[in-house]
Each structure stands twice: as structure tokens, then as C-alpha cells.
Design a protein around this ligand. Sequence first.
Ligand SMILES: [Zn+2]
Ligand SMILES: [Zn+2]
Length: 123
Amino acid sequence: MGGAVVDLDEARVREHLRERARGRIMHACAGCGRRCEGSRCPACQVPSPYATAEYREARKLTLATEHVCWICERPGTVKDPLTADHLVPVVRGGRSHRTQLRAAHRSCNARRGAAITNGGDTA
Ligand SMILES: [Zn+2]
Ligand SMILES: [Zn+2]
């Protein structure tokens, strides 16, 4: 029962805490399963479609020229501002191009979910 030998688990926990303090905890990559520092290794990074300059520019243009929601045809409010909505949802391969975006309330956009529309020109 000698306390001289450091328990292996304890050593591991200490190492873990040290790593965490340095912000270097390794995770299994969500893409390939290899150990990496983020949720995905650099090789498996998928850039967010919302983080591109193309999307930012297209959104700016959309919101500068469209002032009513294409779903409910009402203007944006402070509580429910207009956002740039993808006509073809990003998860279905929609592009972040100006011609692919329409101004929509955040709530309308959320309600619509990832359904494909005909472009909103039915009215
Ligand atoms: Zn990976
Ligand atoms: Zn709306």
C-alpha cells in the first residue's frame, strides 16, 4: 500500500488536464476518425457555406434590394429581421449566389426548413 508509486490513471488525468490547459485536447476526427485537435482534422474540414465571401456579398446585395419576405410578403421587423434565404437549401446543394438568395424572415425561413421551392414566384 505504498503511496510512492503514482497511479497510472492519475498520471493520465494529470496529463489530460495539462493538455486541456494548453487547449490541445485531441478528438477523433468526425470525418476520418483520426486523432486531431478540433472536431475535424485539417484534411476533413468542410468550410461553412455561410462563411464564404461569396455568401456575404450575395446576402448584402439581397438585403439591400429586397425589403419584404418572399414567403409571407411582409417587411422585416426588429424582432424578426429579414435574412438571406437559400432557394435551394445549402444541405441540398444550393449555391450562395445572389440569384439563389431571397430575403425571408428568420422565422419563415426556419418554418420552411430544407424544403425545395419553385423559387417563390407563385404569387
Ligand atoms: Zn479527418
Ligand atoms: Zn416572412
